[in-house]
Design a protein around this ligand. Structure first.
Ligand code: HGY
Ligand code: MN
Ligand code: MN
Ligand code: MN
Length: 397
């Protein structure tokens, strides 16, 4: 079952009308994705294990203990109505790269693992890279257990419903200690590549903040304008302020998720809860952008008798990938372009603990986190060959 057959089998799982994906952690679509991965890994004689945090690992072991392993892989979960490639391309390519290594008769000098990290998008429980953050101790397990989805279900409940023990979640230093390097292949998510494959230099610093605008619920027909404390108005000002502040600091800022309570046409809401995603090439630009947006929110809230509260939900410092590994990959690939990304990845979390690098595969649409996300099969196959070459180099004695 080569790359194209695997891709064909995975494609329908979790796809919704309009062509996007809703593969959210611990849902039926997630279970189908995990079953697909387990079957493909088993077909290759790999040892499949689920760690204490819900991450899957498929191992091509060598005699002796599992140490100095080369890890590849990515994630299978998606953002709401996301594209087909973000995450799955790295997982399918990892399995296909093992086929290439075996066709070449490669005998690994050290174990090779494929990871499928849980809740990379944070689409259901709000914190991105939750599985890799738990593995590395980058998030408090108590906080993680209590993260809630839109229906109020906690990460702990969702895990338990899937037969996992939420009390066991947390750092796994023994697992981490066995990993010598991590290489994640991922679809490029902007317009940055004009050749099939590139190598990542860095991940921009990025974070997620939650705004709560609290006003007074009221009747839309009988409440005069002067008597209103409508949280929608400072929220609206804040959305526009995010765009202006980001432009001033060469950053990007997005209000991408909004809960209006109550959400009725003839009732002024009492609460508007909105999340801000801000990223920039450097920390200072992110912090300055968020500070300006917060100031604008407070000013607008004050003008409308509305309270505003801001909380930082997650923040990832700039990730500069392992220079020696980065250069080794670029050299193995005959001088592939090296480029930064504004997208977060599990590789960004692992890089604080393990020499880590990323490969990007060209996305001609330049669109991601949407159904139009795309990579040509030819480029994907080039990506598999590139990953196989990099893995063969890292697996050599
Ligand atoms: O949000 C991101 O950048 C990534 O897709 N999780
Ligand atoms: Mn993504
Ligand atoms: Mn991704
Ligand atoms: Mn009424």
């Amino acid at each position: 079952m080569g790359y194209e057959e695997m891709w064909r089998d995975l494609l329908p799982i979790g796809r919704v009308s309009g062509g996007g994906y809703r593969r959210f952690s611990w849902t039926a679509a997630d279970r189908e994705c995990r079953a697909w991965f387990t079957e493909e890994a088993g077909r290759r004689g790999l040892t499949v294990e689920e760690d204490r945090n819900g991450n899957l690992f498929a191992w091509w072991d060598v005699p002796g203990e599992r140490r100095d392993a080369v890890l590849t892989g990515s994630h299978l979960d998606s953002v709401p109505d996301g594209g087909a490639f973000d995450g799955p391309l790295g997982v399918v390519s990892s399995l296909a790269a093992i086929d290439v290594l075996r066709e070449r008769g490669v005998t690994p000098a050290r174990p090779l693992g494929i990871a499928v990290f849980a809740e990379e998008e944070g689409a259901r429980f709000g914190v991105a890279c939750l599985g890799s953050r738990l593995l590395t101790g980058a998030i408090d397990p108590v906080r993680a257990r209590g993260l809630r989805d839109a229906d109020g279900t906690t990460w702990a409940d969702a895990m338990a419903a899937d037969g996992c023990d939420p009390d066991a979640i947390g750092p796994d230093p023994d697992l981490l200690a066995g990993i010598g390097s991590f290489v994640e292949l991922h679809v490029e998510q902007g317009r940055a590549l004009d050749v099939p494959v590139g190598v990542a230099s860095a991940i921009w610093p990025h974070g997620r903040w939650r705004f709560d605008f609290t006003g007074q619920g009221n009747h839309a027909g009988t409440t005069l304008l002067r008597d209103r404390r409508d949280p929608m108005l400072p929220f609206a000002r804040t959305v526009l302020a995010a765009r202006d502040a980001a432009a001033r600091h060469e950053a990007v800022a997005t209000m991408g998720k909004v809960h209006v309570t109550p959400n009725g046409v003839n009732a002024i809401p009492s609460l508007v809860r909105a999340w801000l995603d801000t990223r920039a090439p450097d920390d200072d630009a992110v912090r300055a952008t968020v500070a300006e947006i917060h100031a604008a929110a407070e000013k607008a809230a004050g003008e409308h008798g509305v309270e505003v509260a801001l909380s930082e939900e997650s923040y990832t410092q700039v990730v500069g990938f392992h220079a020696e590994l980065r250069d080794r990959l670029a050299m193995t690939l005959g001088g592939a372009p090296v480029l930064p990304t504004g997208a977060g990845h599990d590789a960004g979390i692992l890089s604080a603990h393990v020499p880590t690098a990323m490969l990007f595969v060209r996305n001609p649409t330049g669109v991601s986190h949407a159904p139009e996300e795309h990579a040509e099969t030819g480029d994907c196959l080039t990506g598999v060959e590139a990953l196989a070459a990099v893995l063969e180099d890292l697996l050599s004695p």
